[in-house]
Design a protein around this ligand. Structure first.
Ligand code: NAX
Ligand code: K
Length: 486
C-alpha cells in the first residue's frame, strides 16, 4: 500500500526523529537522495553530470536548503551549478556555504531577473526548491517569473518535495505553480502528490526514505498497489457455487438509455460475482448481448435472491425502483441518475453498506456547490459527502477517491487514464464494483478495487488510442490477470 501523510503528521515525525539525530542529518539524507535523482536525470538529458548546467531555484526555507546541499553534491561531481535566490538574506546559510565551497555560483533572482531567465533557458536541469510543505497559497509574485522561465526552458525540472505552490494537504492549485517532470519527495508521499489537480504538476514521483516514524493509522491517503488489489480480489474456492460467489442485481437502464444497462451488466459479469441478475426495461438488449444474465421484468423486490444491488445507471426518472433498492437489506451501489433520485434520509437510514459513485458534477449537485469547487477540492468534497450521507463515497476522476463515512484514510486510485473519460465508462465501473460487493468485499474495498481494475482495463483497452466503454469492460479480465500476476 502506498500512503500519504498530512503536513502536520510529517512535522511531528520530523521533530521526533530530529531529537535523536545530529543536527542537519535529516536534511543531508534528503539532499543525498535528491542529488542522486538529479544525477540520473542529468545522465538522461545531458549524457553525464560533469559539465552539465544546473540551476537551483532557492526559496527562503528548508526546501531551498535541500536544493542547495544537493546542488553542492552535483557541483562536486563537475556540474556548473547556479543558485538563484528569491530572498538572499533568508536563504539557508549552511546550504549556501556548502554550495560556495563546492564551486557553485550564487545570484539574486530578483536583481538579475534578465540573466536569471537566461540561465534557466540554457540549463539542462532546473531544481525547484522555492517552497515545500511550508508553502501557503499559490506561488508568490516574485517566484512566478522563475516558474514561467522553467516551463519555457528545455531543461528537465525536478521539484524538491513538492512542485512549488501546490497545496500539500489537499492537492489544490491556486494560481501559478511549478510544473515538474520529476518530484523527489521525502519521508512519505504528501496528499497533493496523489490527488488532482496538483498531482498533474508533480510529474513522476520518487520517494526518498529518510526514516520518518509514521504510524500507519495516521495516514491521510492510501493507494492500492498490485499486491493489495490481488489480496482483495475474490477468488472462487472448490466448494463455491453461484450463491457463495455472490449474485449481483443490476437495476439500470430505461427505454431511453438501454445501453447503460448493457454496460453495467458487462462490468458486473467481470467482477467476480457468481451470477448477474438484471431488472428493468432493457432486458432484451441485455440478453441479446449477454445470454448468461438472469433477466426479470418484475421490480427489485420480486427479482429473487441478490447479495448486492447496483441502481441508477441510465435509470431516467424511475424513483420507485431506486426507493425499492434502498429498502433492501443488502449492500447497494448508487450511481448516475440514482444519485439524483435517492432520498437522502433513506440512504442515511440504511444499515447494510451503501456505496455512492458520483463524478464531480454529480457530487457538486449533491453538495449544492459548483462543479469547479469539487474539482478544486476533491479530498474535502468526498469526505463531506461520505459524512453527509453516512455512506461510502467514490468520487470519480482521473484520480478517483473513496472515502468511508467512518473516516480513516481515503483511498486514492492512480491507475486511471484520461482515455477513461468516455460515455458509459462509469456504467461499467458501477457493475464491476457492485459485483465485488456481492462477492463480499466491504464498500471501501469494492470501490477501490473496482477503480483499480477499471483504470488498468482502460489502459489496456486504450493503449494510447480512443476506446469505447465496452472495450474497457472487455479488458477487465486482462486487468485481473495482470493484478494476479498470471
Ligand atoms: N519536514 C521534514 O521532515 C523534512 C523537511 N525537509 C525540507 O524542508 C521543507 C520544509 O521546510 P520549511 O518548513 O522551511 O518550509 P518551506 O521551505 O517549504 O517554505 C517556507 C518558506 O517559504 C516561504 N513561502 C511560503 N509560502 C510561499 C509561497 N506560496 N511562495 C513562495 N514562498 C513561500 C515562507 O516565507 C518560508 O520562508 C520540506 O518541504 C523539505 O523540502 C527536508 O530537509 C528533510 C526533512
Ligand atoms: K519545491
Amino acid at each position: 500500500m502506498r500512503t500519504a501523510y498530512s503536513v502536520e503528521t510529517v512535522r511531528n515525525a520530523e521533530r521526533e526523529l530530529m531529537a535523536r539525530l545530529p543536527e542537519g542529518a535529516l536534511m543531508q539524507r534528503a539532499a543525498a537522495g535528491l542529488a542522486a535523482a538529479c544525477a540520473q536525470v542529468l545522465a538522461r538529458v545531458a549524457g553525464r553530470v560533469y559539465g552539465s548546467r544546473v540551476v537551483l531555484l532557492v526559496g527562503s526555507g528548508d526546501n531551498g536548503g535541500d536544493a542547495l546541499y544537493a546542488g553542492a553534491r552535483l557541483a562536486r561531481r563537475g556540474a556548473a551549478v547556479t543558485a538563484l535566490l528569491l530572498a538572499p538574506e533568508r536563504a539557508h546559510a549552511g546550504g549556501l556555504a556548502a554550495l560556495r565551497r563546492a564551486g557553485g555560483r550564487v545570484a539574486d533572482a530578483g536583481a538579475a531577473s534578465g540573466s536569471a531567465g537566461e540561465s534557466i533557458a540554457r540549463a539542462d536541469l532546473v531544481v525547484d526548491g522555492i517552497v515545500g510543505i511550508g508553502g501557503k497559497g499559490g506561488l508568490r509574485e516574485a517566484a512566478v517569473p522563475l516558474a514561467d522561465a522553467a516551463a519555457r526552458s528545455r531543461a528537465a525540472v525536478v521539484a524538491v518535495d513538492l512542485p512549488s505552490g501546490v497545496d500539500a494537504d489537499t492537492g489544490q492549485v491556486r494560481g501559478d505553480v511549478v510544473r515538474a517532470d520529476l518530484t523527489v519527495t521525502f519521508g512519505t508521499h504528501k496528499p497533493g502528490l496523489l490527488i488532482d489537480p496538483a498531482r498533474e504538476y508533480a510529474g513522476a514521483v520518487r520517494l526518498v526514505d529518510i526514516g520518518l516514524p509514521l504510524p500507519a493509522e495516521a495516514a491521510e491517503l492510501e493507494a492500492l498497489q498490485h499486491a493489495d488489489a490481488a489480496r482483495l480480489l475474490p477468488v472462487p474456492a472448490a466448494e463455491s457455487d453461484k450463491y457463495r460467489r455472490g449474485v449481483v442485481g443490476i437495476a439500470a437502464g430505461s427505454a431511453r438509455y438501454p445501453g447503460a444497462a448493457v454496460l453495467a451488466v458487462a462490468g458486473a459479469l467481470r467482477g467476480g460475482a457468481g451470477a448477474v441478475r438484471y431488472v428493468g426495461p432493457a432486458g432484451d438488449a441485455v440478453i441479446a448481448r449477454f445470454p448468461e444474465t438472469l433477466v426479470s421484468d418484475q421490480g427489485p423486490e420480486r427479482a429473487g435472491r441478490v447479495q448486492a444491488w447496483v441502481v441508477g445507471p441510465g435509470a431516467g426518472d424511475d424513483a420507485a425502483t431506486v426507493a425499492q433498492v434502498l429498502a433492501a437489506k443488502v449492500p447497494v451501489l448508487i450511481d448516475a441518475d440514482g444519485l439524483r433520485l435517492a432520498d437522502a434520509d433513506a440512504v442515511r437510514a440504511r444499515t447494510a453498506p451503501t456505496l455512492m459513485t458520483p463524478h464531480a458534477g454529480e457530487a457538486a449537485a449533491l453538495l449544492g456547490v459548483a462543479r469547479e469547487e469539487v474539482e478544486g477540492a476533491r479530498l474535502a468534497s468526498v469526505r463531506e459527502l461520505a459524512a453527509r450521507y453516512g455512506a461510502t463515497v467514490l468520487l470519480k476522476g482521473s484520480t478517483t477517491l473513496v472515502a468511508s463515512a467512518k473516516g480513516g484514510p481515503v483511498r486514492v486510485n492512480a491507475t486511471g487514464t484520461s482515455w477513461l473519460a468516455t460515455a458509459g465508462s462509469g456504467d461499467v465501473l458501477s457493475g464491476l464494483a457492485g459485483s465485488l460487493l456481492a462477492a463480499g468485499l466491504s464498500a471501501v474495498d469494492a470501490g477501490s478495487v473496482a477503480a483499480y481494475l477499471h483504470g488498468l482495463a482502460g489502459r489496456f483497452a486504450a493503449q494510447g488510442a480512443p476506446a469505447g466503454a465496452h472495450d474497457v469492460a472487455a479488458s477487465i479480465p486482462r486487468a485481473w490477470r495482470d493484478v494476479r500476476g498470471n
